[in-house]
Design a protein around this ligand. Structure first.
Ligand code: HEM
Length: 342
């Protein structure tokens, strides 16, 4: 009760503060009109005061605007996305462009604007998507370890949990760009020349059919999975719009963001795995002893999905459910309170 009174007092005070300048301004302008006829020098002084008041107000607000931070919630996710993009770009350029140039003197720099970028985009997208679900898993591990939901998470985990929406939206942004880049592959001139060269080679080898059954299946499946993954990411992005999520109950929102989110992560991971197909066992993929980018891309999502599967085992799931309903493991909580007292 006391707290509430205090709160309302603060609100009243703030309301008073925000209304006061308007009221003063009204009085001043009335005064201005009243005195215009009667006392010109005093009017001039007051007018100056009035002007000064207005300019002060503008200066104050522009200063405040300058001090206001731009997109504060986006700082961490954007920094992480930029760092992953830069590292992946360097990694892929070294493997796909610099390696053929150094070892075979082959000039394939034309690959940078589309082919290299289109390896960076999905790697960043899927890594960011995994980073949306990783803190939830760490948090569940934390609660299982301490046997309570009342112990505060470390500050970094708190911050990370609060940035999940931004990580997810960035992941969707990168995935959309990846889809656009992928769909424009056949439009490229380099692709047309390659196709002509392949056809010529085929004629030279006297082959009348270039159809490779498993390759056809591979592509049909991975493109289809990619489209499904992107559609689910779009659904997640739409439900994170405030006006849409306000129209959902907490359970509906949680269902979409958690369950559908994991399904999206699974679809995208399988999309990358099917794209890789038999390249997993191809030693030629290890250029300069480095693994191909699809292996790097699926590493974190697979870790997250495996951890989620472990947490879904009945023994863990039941315990987490109890903890989240308020149950506390007394042996654990006593131990933690003892150590915190020591
Ligand atoms: C319309 C949807 C999509 C299409 C058409 C599509 C298409 C493609 C294509 C053509 C490749 C091969 C790229 C290459 O040749 O280097 C690829 C690879 C990949 N895609 Fe997608 N994709 C889609 C959605 C997604 C989504 C939503 C994700 C994850 C968030 C994703 C993650 C990946 C990954 C990780 C790779 C492997 C990249 C690598 O080689 O390192 N894709 N996709």
């Amino acid at each position: 009760m006391e707290k509430r009174e205090g709160d309302s007092h603060t609100i009243d005070e703030n309301a008073g503060q925000s209304i006061a300048p308007r009221r003063n301004r009204g009085n001043l302008s009335n005064l201005n009109v009243d005195m215009q006829v009667t006392n010109p020098p005093e009017v001039a002084a007051l007018f100056n005061l009035h002007q000064a008041h207005h300019f002060g107000e503008f200066e104050h607000s522009s200063e405040q605007h300058c001090k206001q931070e731009l997109f504060p919630k986006w700082h961490l996710p954007v920094k992480i996305a930029s760092a992953i993009s830069l590292l992946t770009f360097i990694y892929t350029s070294l493997r796909d462009v610099i390696y053929p140039f150094v070892t075979r003197n082959e000039n394939v720099f034309y690959k940078i604007p589309i082919l290299v970028i289109n390896k960076v985009l999905p790697v960043v997208s899927i890594t960011l998507l995994a980073l949306v679900y990783l803190p939830g898993i760490i948090a569940a591990g934390f609660q299982l370890y301490f046997g309570t939901k009342y112990k505060r998470f470390p500050q970094w985990l708190d911050r990370w949990m609060l940035s999940r929406k931004q990580f997810g939206l960035l992941s969707f942004f990168f995935a959309t760009m990846h889809a656009c880049y992928s769909l424009c592959y056949p439009m490229r001139r380099s692709y047309r020349y390659k196709l002509l060269n392949w056809a010529f080679q085929q004629v030279k080898q006297k082959k009348d059919n270039a159809w490779i059954e498993h390759d056809v299946w591979r592509m049909e499946i991975y493109v289809s999975l990619g489209i499904l993954g992107l559609a689910l990411l779009a659904l997640l992005a739409i439900t994170s719009i405030p006006s849409v999520n306000h129209s959902l109950t907490w359970r509906e929102f949680h269902y979409i963001q958690s369950k559908m989110g994991y399904v999206a992560l699974l679809l995208c991971t399988v999309h990358a795995l099917v794209f890789a197909w038999n390249k997993w066992v191809d030693v030629n993929q290890f250029i300069w002893y480095t693994p191909p980018s699809f292996m790097v891309a699926v590493f974190l999502p697979i870790v997250v999905l495996l951890c989620k599967c472990i947490l879904l085992l009945p023994c863990f799931r039941k315990r987490i459910k109890k903890i989240r309903c308020g149950w506390e493991d007394n042996t654990q909580t006593n131990q933690t309170s003892m150590t915190s007292r020591l």
